[in-house]
Design a protein around this ligand. Structure first.
Ligand code: HPA
Ligand code: ZN
Length: 326
């Protein structure tokens, strides 16, 4: 359709994307063979077929297991390079990518393995594809705050590659308040701040992310709609919510895409935009997330343009660079 063509053609930013969530079954299979790892799957198709989730945790279990095939610098290069190629194909001109150091350091894979792999792909994408990339170091919230503090310290040689810190993994019972100390340290070091909140967790977690962690953006935040005071705050302060439609569907945050509240949030004056979260696991990259909204929510051209312009304005790019795309 004309609207889908517009979505494909407009320059876009992606602000909520986990690099470990871009690991396609084909690459997982190939890396398992390369490193002589026995996967609990008989074929590439069997991997794909296993991607049926009933909540966040059932996804996280497969996501951490999948990441185990990432062992050497070339693996991290390949992973990053494949995603940045997708960005080029989909006219994503700027992307702010989360990576989970603890998913790797816990298995004995150190920063000096994955960071140089990422750096090589990012540099190549800048020069060959013209894609702009920022990195967000994301802490696993099911682990302790002390472990997060150690993870931030270990990143020290790579601080110049990192724009922000974030918070992901199992939300329920791991509220933002658990990470006040490490977020305060990251703020002092000059990092921007983001946190997943209000995906499975209650609006109270969104308040904590704002008031206790002092985040610049909230990842997901779709459950904010349950709290009118919070909605008023998000609108007044134009706090960005990085919404991920196919993720919400696959993790059963909603039962049907027709129930998704992104258009409601947009029409209420909130700064929301579309993101793919973990595209390999959730069945689509950024454009496919938009197409799902066009098909199921009757997204208008005006809505589409607003969502895309929010993706640029809510990015951490300097104002001059934003202007180029707005
Ligand atoms: N939520 C929490 N943790 C995650 C996600 C998510 O959507 N994706 C990868 N880690
Ligand atoms: Zn996420």
């Amino acid at each position: 359709s004309k609207l889908k063509q517009l979505i494909q053609q407009l320059p876009k930013a992606e602000l909520h994307l986990h690099i470990e969530g871009t690991l396609e079954p084909e690459l997982m299979w190939r890396l398992a063979q390369k490193h002589n790892i026995t996967l609990p799957f008989a074929s590439v198709e069997a991997i794909q077929d296993a991607y049926q989730f009933n909540n966040l945790q059932s996804f996280l279990d497969l996501y951490y297991q999948g990441a185990d095939v990432l062992r050497d610098e070339d693996d991290f290069f390949e992973l990053m390079w494949a995603y940045l190629g997708k960005c080029h194909e989909q006219n994503i001109v700027h992307t702010e990518i989360m990576f989970d150091p603890q998913t790797h350091t816990q298995r004995g894979i150190t920063y000096d393995v994955f960071m140089p792999g990422f750096a090589r792909a990012i540099d190549k994408a800048k020069t060959e594809l013209g894609v702009s990339v920022y990195l967000i170091l994301s802490f696993l919230r099911h682990l302790s705050e002390d472990n997060a503090i150690e993870t931030l310290q270990q990143a020290q040689p790579y601080y110049s590659m990192i724009t922000a810190v974030g918070l992901d993994s199992a939300e329920l019972h791991n509220p933002p308040s658990k990470f006040q100390g490490v977020f305060a340290q990251a703020a002092l070091l000059g990092f921007k701040l983001v946190a997943h909140a209000g995906e499975e967790g209650p609006p109270e977690y969104v308040w904590e992310a704002i008031n206790l962690l002092k985040v610049d953006r909230v990842d997901h935040g779709v459950r904010s709609i349950e709290d009118p005071k919070l909605m008023a705050y998000l609108k007044q302060h134009q706090v960005p919510l990085t919404v991920c439609p196919l993720s919400n569907l696959k993790l059963c945050v909603i039962d049907d895409m027709r129930e998704h509240n992104i258009v409601e949030l947009l029409n209420d004056g909130l700064r929301v935009m579309v993101n793919s979260d973990d595209p390999s696991y959730f069945g689509g990259y950024l454009n496919e997330n938009f197409y799902a909204l066009v098909d199921k929510l009757d997204l208008t051209e005006e809505d589409t343009v607003a969502l895309i312009s929010n993706s640029i304005s809510a990015s951490f790019l300097p104002d001059n660079d934003k202007q180029e795309w707005l």
